[in-house]
Write a protein that binds this ligand. Structure first.
Ligand SMILES: [Zn+2]
Length: 266
């Protein structure tokens, strides 16, 4: 009698990096509101602990603006107003925008040099982005941005790949090298990190409530209520699994990965 080979789970030699202690956090997000919605409580806690945080928003987000009477210029201004109002609530100090067409025809090869520029200029030790390997995600902007951000995190150190800025590349070549020690994926269904946000939930709720260009005044409280329910659920699961201390009532679920594990190493 032959036996089916067992599917053995082989532990990684590269444990999940710790998020705490992040010094410079570069958030590469598809749309203006994604990081605040998915990881705003964690990012606020990192800011409180002294991290400098930059949001790089890849898409112009114009499709998401609910007032169809606005010109593109007025819609872009409304999006920026919202994001600029939310940023100090979380503790985000820099906002950059790549302006690729929301839900449109853009190429990762056009985006990638801009991400090399962002990384070489900002010199993050931790990068946050959307999980491109989420099993169910229909919006291409989300998985493609997460994918090209993850790729940029492992390829930015290769001088043969130029960024979108020759001056940034020249400065980067003459500066001491630096390491990105963690890529942290939000919107994930494979969390390995449960981050408690009891202390920052109110600020996350306030920041998300600024996104009035994309959500009506009726929708915003519903969105906050949904995020609240999710934070409570994540905390319950995290406590039960021993990832969080008993008494934690709200948390965010994240996947923190050593960049070496993004290219075959485990
Ligand atoms: Zn989005």
């Amino acid at each position: 009698m032959t036996r089916e080979p067992a599917h053995l789970s082989i532990p990684s030699l590269l444990p999940a990096p710790k998020i705490d202690g992040a010094q410079r956090v570069l958030v590469i997000q598809p749309h203006y509101d994604d990081a605040d919605i998915a990881a705003g409580g964690t990012l606020a806690a990192l800011a409180d602990a002294g991290a400098s945080i930059r949001y790089c928003t890849v898409l112009d987000d114009l499709v998401g603006v609910i007032d169809e009477t606005l010109s593109d210029e007025a819609a872009a201004a409304a999006l920026l107003r919202d994001q600029r109002a939310a940023a100090p609530i979380i503790g985000v100090s820099e906002l950059t925008h790549l302006g690729f067409p929301d839900a449109g025809n853009w190429s990762r090869f056009d985006v990638r040099p801009h991400l090399f520029r962002e990384i070489r200029e900002f010199r993050p030790d931790v990068i946050f982005t959307a999980d491109p390997w989420l099993r169910v995600e229909a919006h291409r902007d989300h998985w493609e941005v997460g994918s090209v951000a993850a790729e940029a995190a492992i390829l930015f150190g290769i001088p043969k790949l130029p960024s979108s800025s020759a001056s940034v590349d020249a400065a980067w070549r003459s500066a001491p090298p630096f390491d990105v020690r963690a890529v942290v994926f939000f919107y994930t269904d494979e969390p390995n990190t449960f981050y408690p946000i009891d202390g920052t939930w109110a600020r996350k709720a306030a920041a998300v409530s600024e996104y009035g260009a994309q959500f009506s005044q009726e929708e915003l409280p519903q969105l906050v209520a949904t995020l609240d329910a999710k934070a409570v659920q994540v905390a319950r699961v995290g406590v039960e699994a021993g990832h969080l201390t008993v008494g934690t009532t709200r948390a965010e679920a994240l996947k923190a990965v050593d960049p070496r594990a993004l290219h075959g190493a485990r």
